[in-house]
Design a binder for this molecule. Structure first.
Ligand code: SF4
Length: 256
């Protein structure tokens, strides 16, 4: 397979072939293979347990993959602390991407700073300003976007492939641990002594912004604590769904 070309000229056949190849490799092998294809590979981490497994692999094997995070300004203190701890532990730099103050001001003026509780429109607008716009900056010029999406995280992630073409962003999305279940991840974290967010042990399997994340009850799905007030089984922040479906209701001048 020849795959040392930028993502925008990869065919759907190439992506399917890449998916097959990645399925046959372990995590470090998957990351090394993608890093060796040419073009920038960017891993965006939320510092969740699955993302920590990927960061550990990148740092331990000194792989040429950029590590970035979206510093939304509403993260838990525990998450912010873990960014620093992870950088020191693996001697890597995690590049922070922040929302623009003008965008936050426009959002607050239209919806109120915590307006995301009041309507789905306001919630999507906040995620757009604090996550989607910074994500676009993080992925600018990248050929590969590496994520920690897993099939076991929720029903709408059940068919997550290892490689898929992201037409909205014109790159190849690599879901490097799509097939890992949470028990395998926990065992790996213990065995490798990988630092994780202490909130996981307090009932937070999925951790996002503080005002939009709560602990789950026994038996609830992993992502039940995210935007729990919304009555929609496909609750997502928009990072992993088409941008067109998440268009910001903010004035156009504030979008960049
Ligand atoms: Fe805003 Fe909540 Fe989305 Fe964070 S998760 S960007 S606070 S709506």
């Amino acid at each position: 397979m020849t795959l040392n070309t930028p993502s925008h000229v990869l065919s759907s056949h190439d992506v399917s072939s890449l998916d097959d190849t990645l399925a046959s490799l372990d995590l470090a092998g998957r990351l090394a293979f993608v890093a060796g294809l040419g073009g920038r590979a960017v891993f965006t981490t939320s510092l969740g347990i699955e993302d920590q497994v990927i960061t550990a692999a990148i740092g331990t094997h000194r792989l040429p993959v950029e590590v970035a995070t979206l510093e939304t300004g509403r993260l838990f203190a525990e998450t912010v602390n873990l960014i620093h701890e992870t950088e020191e532990r693996y001697d890597i730099a995690i590049k922070r991407f922040y929302p623009a103050q003008d965008d936050i001001d426009a959002y607050a003026e239209k919806f109120g700073l915590n307006g995301f509780y009041d309507s789905v429109e306001a919630r999507h607008a906040c995620c757009h300003v604090r996550k989607l716009v910074p994500l676009a900056k993080a992925l600018d010029g990248a050929s590969f976007w590496i994520t920690g999406l897993r099939r076991g995280q929720s029903g709408n992630r059940a068919t997550t492939p290892f490689a898929e073409f992201d037409a909205e962003r014109n790159l190849i999305k690599i879901n490097a641990i799509a097939d890992w279940d949470i028990d395998v991840i926990k065992a790996h974290v213990l065995a490798e002594n990988i630092p994780v967010n202490p909130l996981h042990a307090r009932g937070y399997p999925s951790i996002g912004c503080e005002p939009c994340t709560r602990a789950i009850k026994p038996g609830e799905p992993e992502r039940a604590g995210r935007w729990w007030w919304e009555n929609d089984e496909k609750r997502e922040c928009g990072l992993h769904v088409a941008e067109a479906a998440q268009a910001s209701p903010l004035p156009a001048a504030s979008q960049r």
